[in-house]
Design a protein around this ligand. Structure first.
Ligand code: ADE
Length: 225
């Protein structure tokens, strides 16, 4: 999958070079680049924001650098173009899976009080929010989308890992608790059933744990799928 992020702060995305996503980028499963919008500004000081028409607090990102940046990165509109915004559709497991089916995604990150509406109307296909709170910019939200989507891209989670057992995947339930060595820690033992090698019993125990945990922590998820 090809992912392009358009941002005024490309270095914020350096942290994607770590862990699972970092490995997927190194191995070529993900082709990722953070593109600096400022490089496309035609202003003599490379300004990318201005005061809002009609007054009000803060600054608004100007249309020209974003418009030119999008058209340089995606001249033939091969990418799904997404604007990160608290006004967007709320991110979910289903939305991550759906986005992972695309070959190319482009994420535009706003800053300050937002982006001139005209460039959104001209260029953007959809808006995505990561939750009902306002961040100072779209960058952290874009990283959440990249991580959540990439895990559904073939080959990103090695064969030893699976997302099918995880929370929201297993029939829309939360995941059962996990344990590893040692069998006893600070007087607390690993549940006996996990040590006996009986996979039918283990499966049954895990399903029951998932159900109990979901009922206790997220009753709204039960019966949703
Ligand atoms: N930009 C600012 N707040 C955001 C949010 N909650 N989701 C996505 N992008 C954002």
């Amino acid at each position: 999958m090809k992912i392009r992020v358009l941002t005024l702060f490309p270095r914020m995305f350096d942290c994607l070079n770590e862990s699972i996503i970092g490995r997927a980028i190194k191995s070529g499963k993900l082709d990722f680049e953070a593109v600096d919008i400022r490089a496309y500004s035609k202003d003599k000081h490379q300004k990318c924001d201005d005061t809002p028409y009609g007054g009000g607090a803060g600054m608004v990102m100007t249309a020209q650098p974003i418009y030119d940046c999008i058209n340089a990165v995606d001249p033939t509109h091969e990418y799904v173009r997404i604007y990160m915004s608290p006004k967007g559709e709320k991110l979910s497991d289903g939305l991550c899976r759906g986005l992972a089916a695309n070959d190319n995604i482009l994420l535009l990150c706003g800053h300050y009080e937002g982006v001139d509406q005209r460039v959104l109307d001209l260029c953007i296909d959809r808006e995505i929010s990561i939750g009902d709170y306002v961040l100072s910019g779209g960058e952290l939200a874009a990283m959440v989308v990249i991580d959540g989507v990439s895990r559904f891209v073939d080959g990103v989670l090695g064969s030893a890992m699976s997302h099918e057992d995880e929370s929201f995947s297993a029939g829309g339930m939360l995941e059962y608790p996990q344990y590893t060595r040692p069998p006893e820690f600070m007087g607390r033992k690993v549940p006996e059933v996990l040590l006996n090698g009986n996979h039918k019993e283990i499966d049954k125990y895990r399903k029951q744990q998932s159900l109990e945990i979901t009922a206790r922590l997220r009753p709204d998820l039960i019966g949703k799928d």
